[in-house]
Design a protein around this ligand. Structure first.
Ligand code: NAP
Ligand code: MG
Length: 498
């Protein structure tokens, strides 16, 4: 294997991890895929191969589901008290934190994201989420229910873990997405088969080792690396009680179809084309860097990226100049360089997709205000890009690009109804941001936007306690907060005639 310059930047512990033989975690054992197959993992900053990982398939999924079923029905996990379970989830947060530097560098290498962001955002958010969800273990309660039928009754509801859950996650926040999924499921007492994206399996594998270190019993979390066919096997599996997915709307639809066989529960966190709406009274010293980071953070590979920018015509030119200046400040380079603000896109496929959209935007008449090209001649770097003279008939305005590309559109309206209509004019409904000093306008418009998250004078804001998810074709269900616990529990009504 070629030892790339990126691997040379890793700490010794990072290099040791990369050099290992990467296997599947099934029933507490690290095993090769039954087929013996492996697949290659690449460094997106230079296209070099960095690791080989076991390629799990349907047979491995069967074994993982059987292990998760055994762990759910018997063994120490279902006997654990809520306090013990909560402490274990919390402990995993501590174990993650103790390994934060190594996890951040592996994430930067595998995904391409700036290591500084991984260290400041992805990893700490994951740790806090585990602690927050661990806290819910002791607070999953039912109610006592008054019964109207004649006689003496004692009736109550209880919430029970839904069972074996399949969790399929994408490559944009590989570790954080895995933690988003497992934290509430574990807190609720479920057992898990987790599939990371084939582009970025490394931190999920490391997470598996840390799960063992935190003391989770065998089979509680099983990890199957592999491609979409492993995900499809999970989604279709008759002994999986629930599937939770984050990724494209297209694959979300396939998950729903596959889940129909045993009518497993489904939650989906899908794509977006989120608007950022800037009013003429906005504080531009906040709105310019805020909307810039709303689209350029994580190279635009965020489901909530503020990719449609509606700016009042009075401040349009100032905003364009401001955004161009912000873009120029962002140092482009490999994720592992601590100075890097913009890393490569995750893969060649994603690079082709994003540059294809840039081409389509140009062809359909968009004006490139800044960026618009590949950066350098190796790796999958794309310049932070602002497109103007865009309109809703263009593909770049309607479709999720998932790259550092924002479509700016001026408006000259005061009518909130019409502004909301424009902002809502997409099949998605994940997030939206509003930039104004007028608190009345902000909250009136917030009501009219069809989006699961509405942010005021901030974009891409998440909190462990704040429900998150999509309206329309952006998904089903809400993660974060108590809503996430609801996704992983079933309610039972018990009535006794005394
Ligand atoms: P994707 O195909 O939706 O992948 C997400 C996850 O689903 C991955 O783990 C993937 O596995 C798995 N998967 C693929 N086909 C499956 C199937 N038939 N059944 C079950 N699981 C399946 O996303 P992508 O192809 O990597 O990216 C395409 C576009 O999706 C992006 O350009 C972006 O627009 C959008 N996307 C959105 C999000 C988000 O957070 N909402 C995240 C990523 C991508 P493999 O990766 O191993 O094939
Ligand atoms: Mg795919």
């Amino acid at each position: 294997m070629d030892i790339s310059t990126s691997i040379g930047r890793l700490s010794q512990s990072g290099r040791d991890f990369i050099a290992r033989r990467h296997k599947l975690l099934i029933d507490g054992q690290w095993v090769d895929a039954k087929s013996g197959k492996t697949f290659a993992v690449f460094d997106p900053s230079n296209g070099q191969q960095i690791a080989q990982v076991a390629e799990g398939g349907a047979q491995d999924v069967d074994a993982a589901v059987a292990a998760a079923r055994r762990a759910f029905e018997a063994g120490p996990w279902p006997k654990m008290s809520p306090v013990e379970r909560g402490k274990m989830v919390w402990r995993l947060g501590d174990v993650l934190e103790a390994n934060a530097d190594q996890l951040a560098e592996l994430e930067a290498l595998d995904n391409g994201k700036p290591v500084t962001d991984a260290r400041a955002i992805d990893i700490p958010f994951g740790c806090e989420l585990l602690r927050y969800m661990g806290g819910w273990s002791t607070k999953i309660t039912g109610q006592s229910i008054p019964i109207s039928a004649p006689g003496d009754w004692h009736a109550y509801s209880i919430r029970e873990p839904v069972g074996v859950v399949g969790q399929i996650v994408p490559w944009n926040f590989p570790l954080l997405m895995a933690v988003w999924k497992i934290a509430p499921a574990l807190a609720a007492g479920c057992t898990i088969v987790l599939k990371p994206a084939e582009q970025t399996p490394l931190t999920a594998i490391r997470l598996g080792e840390l799960i063992q270190q935190a003391g989770f019993p065998p089979g509680v979390v099983n990890i199957i690396t592999g491609d979409g066919s492993a995900g499809a096997a999970i989604a279709a599996h008759p002994d999986v009680d629930k599937v939770a997915f984050t990724g494209s709307t297209e694959v979300g639809r396939l998950i729903v179809q596959a889940a129909a066989g045993n009518l497993k529960k489904v939650s989906l966190e899908l794509g977006g084309k989120s608007p950022a709406i800037v009013f003429p009274d906005a504080d531009l010293s906040v709105a310019i860097p805020g909307t810039a980071s709303g689209i350029f953070f994580n190279m635009g590979q965020c489901c909530t990226a503020g990719s449609r920018l509606f700016v009042h015509e009075r401040i349009f030119d100032k905003m364009m100049t401001g955004l161009s200046d912000e873009a120029a400040k962002l140092k482009i380079g490999p994720g592992l360089d601590p100075e890097t603000r913009i890393g490569p896109l995750v893969s060649d496929e994603q690079f082709q997709r994003v540059t294809g959209y840039l081409e389509s935007g140009r062809q359909q008449g968009a004006e490139v205000v800044t960026g618009g090209k590949r950066h350098g001649n190796e790796g999958y770097f794309v310049e932070p890009t602002v497109l103007a003279k865009t309109n809703p008939t263009m593909k770049v305005v309607q479709e999720e690009i998932f790259g550092p590309v924002v479509c700016a559109m001026p408006y000259n309206d005061d009518d909130l109804e019409r502004i909301a209509k424009q902002a809502n004019q997409t099949e998605y409904g994940l997030a939206a941001s509003i930039w104004t000093r007028d608190i009345g306008i902000a909250h009136k418009l917030a009501k009219k936007l069809k989006a699961g998250s509405v942010w005021i004078n901030v974009h891409n804001f998440n909190d462990v306690a704040l429900p998150f998810g999509g309206f329309k074709q952006s998904g089903w269900g809400r993660e974060m907060g108590y809503e996430a616990i609801e996704l992983y529990t079933e309610t039972k009504g018990v009535a006794a005639l005394l």
